[in-house]
Design a binder for this molecule. Sequence first.
Ligand code: FUB
Length: 320
Amino acid sequence: MRYLIPGDYMADPAAHVFNGKLYIYPSHDRESGVSENDNGDHFNMKDYHVFSMDDIEGPVTDHGIVLDVKDIPWAGRQLWDSDVACKNGKYYMYFPLKDKTDIFRIGVAVSDRPEGPFLPQDNPIKGSYSIDPAVFEEGGKYYMYFGGLWGGQLQRYRNNKALESAVLPQGGEPALCARIARLSDDMLEFAEEPRDVVLLDENGKALTAGDSKRRFFEASWIHKYNGKYYFSYSTGDTHLLCYATGDNPYGPFIYQGVILTPVVGWTTHHAIVEFKGKWYLFHHDSVPSGGKTWLRSLKVTELVYDDLGAIKTIDGGGDR
Ligand code: FUB
């Protein structure tokens, strides 16, 4: 495993290959002095950098600040995990940010280049909520996965409508799901109502809220390997990166196993990407900051499948 950007704190990597280069779109952690709580107020990030690499072993280029919260017209606070998609030579950055009423929405910013800078739209995506957008393209269609519990506010919604107050299902009740929505042709809005990304156990039963080592918490990612769709995510308070496989982008997905055991730090987050014939896991931990969970550092390691397409579990190095 290699730390990618030793000089600064970066987390929540999205990674994509554009024009033969590997681009990393992380959150930019900083010491803001906000104390730690279950709402994640201590993740008080205010800008994004973009990084690129010609080779996985080679130097990492920092393209500088590409979007700043002060330039986003609808901004309240907290720029969390972003992702970038390319369509017809334009690059679309999707980012979660609390609006002026402290509700997370998902915004879009546009650039002509993968390394930015990105120009934000005046308003967030209509009907968007919660955090952690991840965009997947297939056959010219683009799908956004999103959602996150606790500070990510997903428990405040059912059927895409805000509840009067948050309700977290308990015990044997079905767990809350990540959401998926196809994007409009101009990439700036949802083209449909978001749907649940249903995760099933080996018997075809939906994972329950009490199944905290397997149920979805946050940090959606999706990739395709040997014709199968791999939906991967964090289990949050049990600190695992897990995956489930399905036959199409909407799922349902059947739980398969753990990709990464707990790291040092509370959050775990990742991207999986193929680059020059090998597969890689980008993720973060809090080792360099001495365990401060809001000051995370980016890492990369090779990801290996067995002959049946199962991902070999990687040791995150945490002691939970
Ligand atoms: O970085 C803030 C939040 O922490 C992300 O949005 C989550 O996925 C978790 O990594």
